[in-house]
Design a protein around this ligand. Structure first.
Ligand SMILES: Nc1ncnc2c1ncn2[C@@H]1O[C@H](COP(=O)(O)OP(=O)(O)OP(=O)(O)O)[C@@H](O)[C@H]1O
Length: 254
């Protein structure tokens, strides 16, 4: 079943048709199935962050539509959009965005506190996710006292607490060493496999993308091509690397 539909999305920064305007996205069309694990890749400046911000309701398109499980984001304003974003969408950021003044447990609970969930339910949810992602032993620590990989797993748990329909991840391995990158991608793989949550990530990292079912490449604000995983991850990694290089990704990215 289709969960996300992107129709003819255009994003122009500045006044359209006026000098200095930048067309960051030009007629993007994309359809994502429920339970899909999908990566968006493309060279620097191709429009990845702009697309992610629009899909997740952080920014508005100049024209076109984003439909998430039948609900058109254009039809939602102010509080309704805020509520939808808090309850139906989950976010994972490159720099984790954990609040330093709260413990790991309090960070994970925060989206549920904002939704005024009962404390027994919050406790149960935190324990379940902490077990799933093996961060039980750090729940009472502060973010600055745990590793980057543990912070990222806490951030994944936080993104999941309100049982979102889709998780959007912006360069989730961007600040991690290779061991932590592996851990976080395995963790997102479990989110897809065990919780059937749809995950869409934007990345420069071919290794991270190789965990996904499908990679969509964008260039100059349009969908250039897409490839699907047909066999194992290593084979897919090689295919992505070839596509990525053809599109102009640098070796540093790989
Ligand atoms: N707030 C803004 N105002 C004006 N132009 C912008 C703004 N944000 C992005 N752009 C332009 O839009 C285009 C797409 O930028 P975007 O950040 O989406 O690309 P990206 O693929 O995420 O790049 P990177 O991989 O370097 O993060 C670029 O030409 C960029 O300069």
């Amino acid at each position: 079943m289709n969960i996300l539909e992107v129709r003819n999305v255009v994003k122009v920064y500045g006044e359209p048709h006026v000098d200095g305007a930048t067309t960051a996205l030009n007629n993007i069309e994309l359809s994502v199935d429920e339970g899909e694990f999908i990566a968006i890749m493309g060279p620097s400046g191709s429009g990845k962050t702009t697309l992610l911000n629009i899909l997740s309701g952080i920014d508005k398109p100049t024209s076109g539509e984003i439909v998430i499980r039948g609900q058109n984001l254009n039809d939602m304003k102010g509080d309704a959009l805020g509520q939808f974003r808090r309850t139906s969408l989950g976010y994972i950021f490159q720099d984790f965005n954990l609040l330093e003044s709260l413990t790991v447990k309090e960070n994970i609970m925060l989206p549920m506190i904002l939704e005024k969930k009962k404390s027994a339910e919050m406790e149960e949810k935190v324990q379940y996710l902490a077990k799933l992602f093996q961060i039980e032993s750090i729940l009472n620590k502060y973010p600055y006292n745990v590793s980057g990989g543990q912070q990222q797993r806490a951030a994944v748990s936080r993104a999941l607490v309100n049982e979102p329909q889709i998780i959007f991840a912006d360069e989730p391995t961007g600040n991690l060493d290779s061991k932590s990158s592996t851990a976080i991608m395995e963790c997102l793989e479990r989110v897809v496999q065990e919780l059937s949550t749809t995950v869409l990530l934007v990345t420069h990292d071919v290794f991270a993308a190789s965990y996904c079912h499908r990679v969509v490449f964008i260039r100059d604000g349009t969908v250039h091509s897409s490839i699907e995983k047909k066999s194992d991850r290593k084979q897919f990694f090689n295919e992505i690397m070839v596509h990525h290089a053809l599109l102009g990704g640098s070796h540093h990215d790989i």
